[in-house]
Design a protein around this ligand. Structure first.
Ligand code: ARG
Length: 603
């Protein structure tokens, strides 16, 4: 089996490429490939795969590198490119003479060193944008049907009861939700799952701590804070008083044996914690489909161990039961401790079996930090050894850590954890201040500040390739003009306000050909959207969407600053430009919703 590896770009495999919905860029590629295949001895599907999108828009919309032909043709690439471009132009003019009714997609073909560049007509680009964006319903924008009939389980956010969600859980939460959204856009049925950390010896400790010190805390007014406080206190006192560990273990034993009194406390702790998390999930707009905490697997642990035993995989080691993974050169997977207690890994074996066999998932994803890489490697390997062929469909979607540029500046530290809620609140406050300065008349100020402040934190997280660490710098996070969420939302607001000011219906077909470089570049950029979603899904990397949106906003900025829109010279031109604005608005809105961000209409 292939264990998911960091940096591995494509886990879906190429066999699915052909079932991809026809995307916008693909239309263009097919057009160029057909012309090329008439000129050289190569199938158009092969040519299509070789086509690239040039970085410099003055090089046209697609580019074919011809270096690969040099050896066979025994010619310099520059010469090959020139000959091919000549032939292609001849082919295009022959086609034009045959006088078909449709728009000729390609205007001209140019050779540039070892490349053949294709310049498409703006009218053709507009036709594609019109069909795929302007005439499409909101949920069709960027969508594909590649996942039709397939189910994905995504384990994300999954906090630990009694512990506050820290900034570290932000990543597990927002990357997970973005991957859910991406998968849904690709037609998969998605079950977002919360693998709540709700079992283990710490619940014995908590119950004991509550029974001993509970009355000293204000559980009525501040239930979650009090719960966390006794948790912290237990660990602090256990440092010097070894008996506490024993008390905790004893109380956990009572819990495992079903003692009603301890069970009731445990249920209450879970309830207090879930209420707290729910508030944060609501703020972030995060929604799980299922909660299956660690305790859910209690009944399934013995059967799982039995299976391991039957397969001859279980071995004793210092009184504990383990599965050896020597051939992988990794430490053994611990299944049961010497005191009989089950472990995190055992639960994850049971949970994978549940998801694949009972929930009938086709793919099982875990959005969890890089610090748990070894754990998942072990679990997946054990599943493989158990003979589950689906072990290869389990993937650890790992991510790096937060790094704060200036720890000292974080006025939000309580103890040594950085609370997610504090970070969100601070972002909202900062945005409130900016709005007070820049746009004090704004209606609904507080609501907008919330959308923008929280969006800023979410965007900053998703902007980085998840395998990297996140540099957190407050100034950058809320910079309305930088690589930030507010900048993307602000561009959205620009589009929206143009649409509000335009008193007429926006046409879903372009009234005029818009062929300035900025307009063509924007058209081309819009056309990339569905491919970006595809790639982001394949590699489970939402940062591709975040970075695309920033580039799209820059592209829109060039158009916006260069051209008059509402007061352009003639009504048809205004109409055509407004169609372009509307297409941008649709893509921005879709992209923001993939990242689980709001699209405010004013800010
Ligand atoms: N509760 C764990 C943590 O906060 C994450 C759980 C991830 N999911 C899993 N199936 N192990 O570190």
């Amino acid at each position: 089996m292939s264990v998911a590896m960091e940096g591995q770009e494509n886990w879906i495999g190429n066999e699915h490429q052909d079932v991809l919905a026809k995307n916008m860029l693909k239309n263009l590629k097919e057009e160029a490939a057909q012309v090329v295949s008439k000129c050289i001895d190569l199938e158009s599907s092969q040519v299509a795969r070789l086509l690239e999108t040039p970085k410099d828009p003055s090089h046209g919309q697609l580019s074919l590198p011809v270096f690969f032909l040099a050896k066979e043709l025994r010619q310099a690439p520059a010469q090959i490119a020139k000959d091919l471009a000549d032939k292609a132009n001849q082919e295009l003019s022959d086609q034009a003479k045959q006088g078909s009714v449709r728009i000729q997609p390609i205007e001209k073909v140019e050779a540039l060193s070892g490349f053949v560049n294709f310049h498409f007509r703006a009218a053709y680009l507009q036709q594609v944008v019109s069909q795929s964006l302007l005439q499409a319903a909101e949920e069709q924008i960027g969508a594909s049907g590649r996942g039709k009939g397939k189910r994905i389980v995504i384990d994300y956010s999954s906090p630990n009861v009694a512990k506050p969600m820290s900034i570290g859980h932000l990543r597990a939460t927002v990357i997970g939700q973005a991957i859910c959204n991406l998968a849904r856009s690709q037609g998969f049925e998605v079950l977002g799952l919360n693998h709540l950390g709700d079992w283990g010896v710490q619940f014995g400790k908590l119950a004991w701590a509550y029974q001993s010190w509970g009355q000293e805390y204000d559980f009525k007014e501040k239930p979650f804070e009090s719960l966390y406080a006794i948790y912290v206190r237990f660990h602090a006192e256990a440092e010097t008083n070894k008996e506490l560990e024993e008390e905790g273990a004893k109380t956990f034993k009572r819990l495992e044996d079903g003692d009603e009194e301890v069970l009731a406390l445990w249920r209450w702790f879970v309830e207090i914690s879930m209420k707290e998390y729910q508030r944060l999930w609501d703020l972030l707009g995060v929604k799980h489909d299922l909660v299956k905490g660690e305790s859910f697997y209690n009944d399934r642990l013995k059967p799982t161990e039995k299976l391991l035993e039957e397969k001859g995989l279980l071995e004793e080691s210092d009184g504990a039961m383990v599965v050896r993974l020597d051939e992988e050169n990794i430490p053994p997977c611990l299944i049961r401790k010497s005191d009989g207690a089950s472990l995190y890994a055992t639960r994850d074996l049971a949970s994978a079996i549940y998801r694949m066999e009972e929930l009938k998932a086709d793919m099982n994803l875990y959005v969890v930090g890089v610090d748990q890489s070894l754990h998942f490697k072990q679990v997946f390997k054990v599943l493989d050894k158990m003979g589950y062929s689906w072990a290869k469909d389990c993937h650890h979607i790992s991510f790096g850590m937060y790094r704060f540029k200036d720890q000292g500046k974080m006025s939000t530290r309580r103890g040594n954890v950085i609370f997610l809620e504090d970070v969100l609140n601070k972002a909202v406050e900062l945005v409130q201040k900016i709005i007070e300065e820049k746009n004090p008349q704004l209606p609904n100020k507080n609501e907008v500040a919330k959308q923008v402040g929280i969006g800023a934190i979410v965007f900053n997280d998703l902007f980085y390739d998840r395998v990297r660490n996140v540099d957190f710098d407050w100034e950058r996070v809320v910079d309305f003009e930088g690589d930030s969420g507010p900048y993307v939302q602000y561009t959205y607001v620009r589009c929206w306000s143009l649409m509000q000011k335009y008193s007429q219906n926006i046409e879903s077909e372009f009234k005029l050909e818009l062929d300035s470089p900025e307009e063509k570049e924007l058209l081309m950029f819009l056309m990339r959207y569905d491919e970006v979603l595809n790639l982001a899904f394949e590699s489970f990397k939402p940062h591709l969407v975040a970075n695309y949106l920033l580039d799209l906003c820059r592209c829109f900025g060039h158009f916006y600053h260069r051209h008059r829109i509402l007061n352009a010279s003639e009504p048809e031109l205004v109409a055509a430009r407004m169609s372009l604005v509307h297409a941008t608005e649709k893509v921005l809105k879709s992209g923001l919703s993939i990242l689980n961000m709001q699209a405010p209409r004013a800010m």
